[in-house]
Design a protein around this ligand. Structure first.
Ligand code: NAD
Length: 284
C-alpha cells in the first residue's frame, strides 16, 4: 500500500480563502475586520518563525494583527498588564501569547489571565473544560486542525480505534478529547507507556505529538491506518522531520501527513478560524 497524502498546506489554503471571503463580507456590511493580538517574549528562533507565519496569514486573510515583541527579561507584571489592556481593547477579538515563555513568567498564570472569549489558542481552563464536557467554544488550534484533516479523508471516525502518542496540555490531551467527541475509542500514550509499539499497532487513527525525531517506526503502523504526525524536529542537516519514519510508514498507512506541509499550516489556518469565530461571538 502507498499512503495518500493528507495535504495540510492545500486544505489550510482553502480555509484561509473562506476566511478572507467572510472578512470581506463583514467589511462590505460595515463590520470591522477581526483583530488578533500576538505577544512574543524574547528571541526564540522557532517562535519567531511561527509568529512570522501567523502575521503573513493575517495579512493574506485581511485579519487585523497587532504584534507585541517584548524583551526576554520582561517582568510578569508588565506582561499581565498588557494582557489586561488587550482584554479590554474593543479592536482585539483574539489574544495569543507565543510559547515557550522565559523562566520568570508563570505560563499558567498568563493563560488564565486571557479572557476566555479572546483565548484563540483555546488553552484557558474554561475552553479546555468546555471541550472536555463536549460543548466546546474556542478549541485548541492544533487538535482542531487535525480533526479537519481527519474529516477530509471521508473516513467515518465513530467507533475507530484511535491512539494519541504524547499527552501535553496543548496537543495530546485536547487531541484525545476531540477524538472522544468524535466517538473514537481513545488511548493516550506518553513517556511512561510500557509497550509503545504494541499500542501503536492497534491504531486505526494514529496521532503522534512527541517532539522525538523518528520515534515511530514504519513497521509498527497498522496496515490501512490514518497517520497524523504533529512533531516538528530540526534534523542536523537543517531539514524539518516529524516523529514518524515517513517513507516506511507510507508503505503501510492509508493516509499520512507530510512534515513539513501537514499539521503546521492547519494550526495557523485554525488560529485564524478561531479569531473569526471569536469576533463573530463578540459582535453577534
Ligand atoms: P511536550 O514536550 O509538551 O509533550 C511531549 C509529550 O510526549 C509528553 O506527554 C511526553 O510524555 C510524551 N513523550 C515524550 N517522550 C516520549 C516517548 N519516548 N514515548 C512516548 N511519549 C513520549 O510537546 P508538545 O508541545 O505537545 O509538542 C510535541 C511535538 O509537536 C513537538 O515536536 C512540537 O514542536 C510539535 N508541535 C507541532 C505543532 C504544529 O502545528 N505542527 C503544534 C504544536 C506542537
Amino acid at each position: 500500500m502507498t499512503a495518500q497524502l493528507l495535504d495540510g498546506k492545500a486544505i489550510a489554503s482553502h480555509i484561509q480563502q473562506t476566511i478572507r471571503l467572510r472578512v470581506q463580507e463583514r467589511l462590505a456590511s460595515g463590520v470591522r475586520a477581526p483583530g488578533l493580538a500576538v505577544i512574543l517574549v524574547g528571541r526564540d528562533a522557532a517562535s519567531e518563525i511561527y509568529v512570522r507565519n501567523k502575521r503573513r496569514a493575517c495579512l493574506e486573510t485581511g485579519i487585523n494583527s497587532f504584534f507585541y515583541d517584548l524583551p526576554a527579561q520582561v517582568s510578569p507584571d508588565e506582561l499581565l498588564s498588557l494582557i489586561d489592556r488587550l482584554n479590554e481593547d474593543p479592536m482585539v477579538d483574539g489574544i495569543l501569547v507565543q510559547q515557550p515563555l522565559p523562566p520568570q513568567i508563570d505560563q499558567e498564570q498568563v493563560v488564565e489571565r486571557i479572557r476566555p472569549d479572546k483565548d484563540v489558542d483555546g488553552f484557558h481552563a474554561y475552553n479546555l473544560g468546555r471541550l472536555a464536557l463536549g460543548i466546546p467554544v474556542l478549541r485548541p488550534c492544533t487538535p482542531r486542525g487535525v480533526m479537519t484533516l481527519l474529516e477530509s479523508t471521508g473516513v467515518v471516525l465513530r467507533g475507530q480505534e484511535a491512539v494519541v502518542v504524547g499527552a501535553s496540555n496543548v496537543v495530546g490531551k485536547p487531541m484525545a478529547l476531540e477524538l472522544l467527541r468524535a466517538e473514537c475509542t481513545v488511548t493516550v500514550c506518553h513517556i511512561a507507556t510500557r509497550d509503545l509499539p504494541e499500542q501503536v499497532a492497534r491504531a486505526e487513527v494514529l496521532i503522534v505529538a512527541v517532539g522525538h525525531p523518528h520515534l515511530i517506526q514504519g513497521s509498527w503502523i497498522r496496515p490501512g491506518a490514518i497517520v497524523v504526525d504533529v512533531g516538528i524536529n530540526r534534523h542536523p542537516n537543517g531539514r524539518l522531520v516529524g516523529d514518524v519514519v515517513f517513507e516506511a510508514a507510507c508503505t503501510r498507512a492509508a493516509w499520512i501527513t507530510p512534515v513539513p506541509g501537514g499539521v503546521g499550516p492547519m494550526t495557523v489556518a485554525t488560529l485564524l478560524s478561531n479569531t473569526l469565530d471569536a469576533a463573530e461571538q463578540l459582535h453577534r
